[in-house]
Design a protein around this ligand. Structure first.
Ligand code: PGA
Length: 252
């Protein structure tokens, strides 16, 4: 089955107005084929500004995180509703930095994914194993444990409006990219896990790879049959590098 390629950039807590200007001026004139979607995830203060400045129809913006609550007295939090109220369509949930630095649990991530879907947002749900889990042969067990509670909370039908990003924790920001074969095998496992619930949804869902993707390794990764694009951190902060990745995706 043919699926579009998604190139997503998670800026994390980086970037400023000058970066917003420089990247939008380049991306707005970038020719992307219909088969490629680009999504930028800036920090919250820049999100409406970036959304306004992006005029390329193939490029969307999204939030990096949302609250587990719908609304109320939760100082510092941003709700799923607020994003959809701004006309935003995407949000990242369950990034490993949220899991490990802020102690977010799989249950909280499932709640966030459900709130996102209920508010009309597409969650990009990140899952990935640690280095210890990979070494001890527990990758599949770990990924299953991260995914099942979300399937439980959302119901498998909602996965037609979900993107999954497989991000081995040992590959994030380390320069240690998973080999295309290892990533492909793991993506295939994730798709087969979903197929146990619904074959059509498993075939249609986008599964991105994240973890030290750059312009030198993205071509082989994106060429794998079960890899539908990338969630890019560091390389998304370098305009030339990111444009190269988007252009490579154009060719696949
Ligand atoms: P990286 O980050 O590309 O810098 O490894 C990926 C991510 O955190 O999504």
């Amino acid at each position: 089955m043919k699926r579009k390629t998604i190139v997503a950039a998670n800026w994390k807590m980086n970037g400023d107005l000058a970066f917003v200007d420089s990247i939008t001026s380049r991306l707005n004139t970038l020719q992307l084929t219909e088969n490629v979607d680009v999504i930028l995830f800036p920090s919250y203060p820049y999100l409406p500004i970036l959304n306004e400045k992006i005029s390329n129809n193939n490029i969307a913006v999204g939030g990096q995180n949302i609250s587990t609550h719908y609304k109320g007295a939760f100082t510092g939090e941003v709700s799923a509703y607020m994003l959809s109220n701004l006309g935003i369509n995407y949000v990242i949930v369950g990034h490993s930095e949220r899991r490990f630095i802020y102690g977010e649990t799989t249950e909280e991530i499932a709640i966030k994914a459900k709130l996102a879907c209920d508010s009309g947002l597409k969650p990009i749900i990140c899952i990935g194993e640690t280095e210890e889990e990979r070494i001890s042969g527990e990758t599949e067990k770990s990924l299953t444990a991260q995914l099942l509670p979300v399937i439980d909370a959302l119901g498998i039908e909602k996965f037609s409006d979900v993107v999954i990003s497989y991000e081995p924790v040992w590959a994030i920001g380390t320069g240690k990219t998973a080999s295309p074969e290892l990533a492909q095998n793991t993506h295939q496992f994730i798709r087969s896990l979903l197929a146990q619930f619904d074959v059509d949804i498993a075939q249609a869902i986008h599964i991105l790879y994240g973890g030290s993707v750059n312009s030198a390794n993205c071509e082989k990764l994106f060429a794998q049959p079960d890899i539908d694009g990338g969630l890019i951190g560091g390389a998304g902060l370098n305009v030339d590098e990111f444009i190269n990745i988007c252009s490579t995706a154009k060719g696949t």
